[in-house]
Design a binder for this molecule. Structure first.
Ligand SMILES: NC(=O)c1ccc[n+]([C@@H]2O[C@H](COP(=O)([O-])OP(=O)(O)OC[C@H]3O[C@@H](n4cnc5c(N)ncnc54)[C@H](O)[C@@H]3O)[C@@H](O)[C@H]2O)c1
Ligand SMILES: [Zn+2]
Length: 365
């Protein structure tokens, strides 16, 4: 019998492929068999094991005898304690260097599982099956793994590339609207720094319609793959992807201190993109009309986050702790137009303060 051809699109992210399309899970089945692993494990969190595992097993017979490992949902699972539990589990099950770990979940599971795989017996193979939009267009691609320590996000980690990333769009059906918009923020960023047409398509698309979203997910995954391929270890071009993240990380950390509602990463990045688009204009790189257009768009999608003027200092303090900022100055990725950006723009704390003030007045109406 002639085997049916697998209809899947394969992108090259440099050190690993990203497979998308209706047959992505058939490709996964094929690749799992090819890997000839000594033992198979599927790592997921409580939601992905409930929502996505049955569909995964229905499409990937090669995983039917895999052992599942479950962790609690949420960022708290990116911890050394959880890693230790998984490493112990692998040891009890006699996982050797030929074992294969399939990470089924959002960025928490792929960051955690990638790190667990990267360190166990000096590195075993893993594959990522992202189940959130954030995972499909960003977290699962590029080989960065890590866990949080002492309240600092991603403090401990390694680069450990998966054998492959398999994007199966229908997993998004069970994802809530807030989580969907969380991933959309990264997609908007991809358009803003790299592809004006993609940005315009995102503005027009009915984002709740997964069929309409599907080609846009592919485009965003392709942008992430292309940037990572050109700069696998974040020494240059990959910094483009930091747009919105310098202020965004400060806001995200601030929101977790508990004074106000906690923001999801993408929500903080959306706010960061509004402030950083303004900084791009302030530095003479972006026309004012483009800055206003971006702000209107993002405010139509993400609820305003009201900061008082005296809270700005704390946000700036938290930005200084970010490992990407050195010395007294901040280095930003700023837009030079819709669809293009430059990295390493020097911005002072006073300018950040002005940008936060701009956002504050904007949402105060
Ligand atoms: N390595 C990287 O390059 C990179 C890039 C971006 C983000 N990240 C990391 O990713 C993490 C955030 O990822 P995330 O936003 O995917 O969060 P997440 O993994 O916590 O998932 C969000 C929530 O959705 C649930 N969920 C996942 N898939 C589901 C599905 N199909 N249906 C229903 N519920 C589902 C999860 O259980 C969780 O409750 C952060 O820790 C961040 O640091 C890493
Ligand atoms: Zn991000």
């Amino acid at each position: 019998m002639v085997p049916k051809r697998i209809e899947a699109m394969v992108m090259d992210a440099g050190r690993h492929p990203v497979t998308l399309g209706t047959d992505a899970l058939r490709a996964l089945d094929h690749d799992v068999k090819q890997a000839e692993a000594s033992t198979l494990f599927v790592l997921g969190d409580e939601n992905t094991l409930r929502q996505a595992l049955p569909e995964l097993l229905a499409h990937v017979p090669a995983l039917r005898d895999a052992e599942t490992i479950g962790v609690a949902a949420g960022e708290a699972s990116k911890s050394l304690g959880v890693c230790q539990e998984i490493w112990q589990h692998l040891t009890v099950r006699a996982a050797d260097r030929e074992a294969l770990l399939i990470n089924l979940g959002g960025g928490v599971v792929t960051d955690l599982g990638g790190f667990v795989a990267g360190a166990y017996k000096r590195g075993i193979r893993c594959m990522h099956v992202p189940t959130t939009l954030m995972g499909m267009v960003d977290a699962a691609i590029g080989g960065k793994t890590g866990i949080d320590l002492g309240g600092v996000k991603n403090l401990v980690g390694v680069f450990h590339d998966p054998l492959g990333v398999y994007v199966h769009g229908p997993f998004l059906r069970s994802l809530g609207k807030r989580e969907l918009l969380n991933g959309v923020a990264e997609m908007i960023k991809h358009g803003l720094v790299r592809d004006a047409d993609h940005y315009e398509s995102l503005r027009e698309a009915p984002l709740h319609d997964l069929d309409a979203l599907s080609p846009l997910v592919q485009r965003s995954a392709a942008i992430k793959a292309e940037v990572v391929k050109a700069d696998p270890r974040e020494s240059g071009l990959r910094k483009l992807l930091n747009f919105g993240h310098t202020i965004g990380h400060g806001i995200e950390a601030y929101s977790w201190e508990g004074g106000q509602r906690a923001l999801l990463h993408g929500e903080a990045v959306a706010l960061g993109m509004i402030a950083e688009a303004w900084l791009s204009w302030r530095q003479g790189a972006l026309p004012r009309a483009a800055c206003d257009r971006i702000a209107d768009h993002l405010l139509s999608l993400y609820k305003p986050y009201a900061l008082q003027g005296d809270e700005h200092h704390r946000v700036i303090e938290l930005m200084r702790n970010d490992k990407k900022n050195s010395g007294g100055q901040f280095r930003f990725t700023l837009l030079t137009g819709i669809g293009s950006a430059r990295t390493d723009a020097v911005v002072t704390a006073a300018q950040v303060q002005e940008a936060l003030e701009y956002y504050r007045l904007l949402v105060r109406g």
